[in-house]
Design a protein around this ligand. Structure first.
Ligand SMILES: Cc1cc2nc3c(=O)[nH]c(=O)nc-3n(C[C@H](O)[C@H](O)[C@H](O)COP(=O)(O)O)c2cc1C
Length: 384
């Protein structure tokens, strides 16, 4: 968080934090219950629940955790989209939500292998939802059949799952080392997928500009801004109650909230500290971007979207192993009308073909590890 900006602005309001009797460093810590999932599941859990506990650590849009699983058939897991957890304004066709099903599926697969299972995964066993619509719930995204048998090969990325983050800080002004680029180049791609990386000043500068313009478009368009604000949890109490969405905690937010400066109305009103703080925060990490990457698929089928999620999280885990920070910046890829012009310039800048789709656009770089983001409890995603 760009705390300096907030602190400066608070200074202007005349609020003297130090005058309070409350210990600043200790108030409003991230509630332990909201991040307990990152400590790993209890080994006594039944196998499917154990694997699902790892799958729930997947990166996903706005941390909405839009997953539902059906466990009624022994030896199987059926994955559905949770229709209550969509992002209709910024993700009007559910493309990003389906990428977030793919990230979940891949971690589930890695964890199943770790537990000694072979897996047979069928995507959209009852047919793909149609494109160009948000009707992505109701029918299963994937059916995972688990079989004990010949020892499956364990994936070395398993041990990175609890350490993976989307690191939203500004990164050090440093270009990716050749050894790190080589390590990421080992990413296994599905048919039709390709990646691109910008790791030199002249290549990154125009991409940073696209990211900046797209973020401003999202934040200056009231209905897309509102979508984020409605999913923001401010302070430990709110986060403990709803361990999802965009989480803001710590003494600064505690005080801002206490003085009525962090309400949804304030955040929606240009000129207020909450509104400007949000923009300054985003511009802070745009500035702190010195390497970028993107993942492209041929076509844009529902299966391609899910597979892109599987590939993206593998890259995120590989980066974790190399101590490389990653952070998706998806605004320019979003399919609402106000973004269309910026998006088409972006696609031509990157040389994206007419039958190709950029599924993920992300920052890469060096920065110290950040704390994990909240997760709901496993029973919250189990159907029935
Ligand atoms: C498809 C997709 C799109 C995302 N887009 C953004 C984005 O535009 N901005 C952002 O800050 N994070 C983005 N994220 C990252 C999520 O916010 C992050 O995964 C979530 O908050 C959980 O945090 P974690 O990855 O650290 O576990 C995206 C993640 C996915 C899978």
């Amino acid at each position: 968080m760009n705390r300096r900006t907030f602190i400066r602005t608070i200074g202007g309001t005349g609020i003297v934090l130090a005058a309070s009797g409350v210990g600043l460093a200790s108030c409003d810590q991230m509630p332990k219950s909201a991040v307990a999932a990152w400590e790993g599941p209890d080994n006594g859990l039944p196998d499917r629940e154990w694997m699902l506990s790892y799958a729930m650590l997947a990166p996903n849009p706005h941390n909405m955790q839009p997953w539902l699983v059906d466990l009624t058939t022994e030896g199987e897991i059926t994955l559905y989209v949770d229709p209550e957890r969509l992002l209709p304004e910024t993700d009007p066709y559910g493309r990003q939500i389906l990428i977030g099903q793919g990230t979940f599926l891949e971690l589930l697969n890695i964890a199943a292998h770790e537990k000694g299972y072979q897996t047979k995964i069928s995507l959209f066993p009852e047919g793909e939802p149609k494109s160009g619509s948000l009707e992505i719930a109701g029918k299963p995204v994937a059916q995972i059949k688990l079989e004990k048998g010949a020892e499956p090969s364990k994936d070395p990325l398993f041990r990175q799952i609890p350490h993976r983050r989307s690191n939203k800080e500004g990164y050090e002004e440093q270009y990716l080392a050749q050894t790190d680029r080589d390590a990421l180049a080992g990413l296994r791609l599905n048919e039709g997928e390709r990646t691109g990386f910008a790791t030199a000043a002249e290549d990154v500068a125009p991409l940073r500009e696209f990211a900046r313009k797209a973020i401003l478009m999202e934040m200056e368009t009231p209905r897309t801004l509102l979508e984020s604000i409605e999913r923001t949890r401010i302070g430990a109490d709110e986060i403990a109650k709803n361990p999802d969405g965009i989480d803001l905690n710590g003494p600064l937010f505690w005080w801002l909230k206490r003085f009525g400066l962090m309400t949804p109305e304030e955040a929606m009103t240009p000129g207020t500290m909450a509104y400007q703080g949000g923009i300054d925060y985003a511009m802070g990490w745009v500035e702190g971007t010195h390497n970028m990457g993107w993942l492209v698929t041929k076509g844009n089928s529902r299966s391609a979207q899910v597979q892109a999620g599987r590939t993206y999280v593998r890259l995120n885990l590989m980066a974790t192993a190399q101590n490389i920070a990653m952070h998706p910046v998806s605004q320019v890829l979003q399919e609402y009308p106000e973004m269309a012009d910026i998006q088409s310039e972006f696609n031509s800048h990157l040389g994206i073909g007419p039958d190709e789709t950029v599924q993920m656009f992300f920052r890469l770089g060096y920065q110290k590890a950040v704390s994990p983001s909240p997760r709901r409890k496993l029973p919250d995603i189990i159907m029935g």
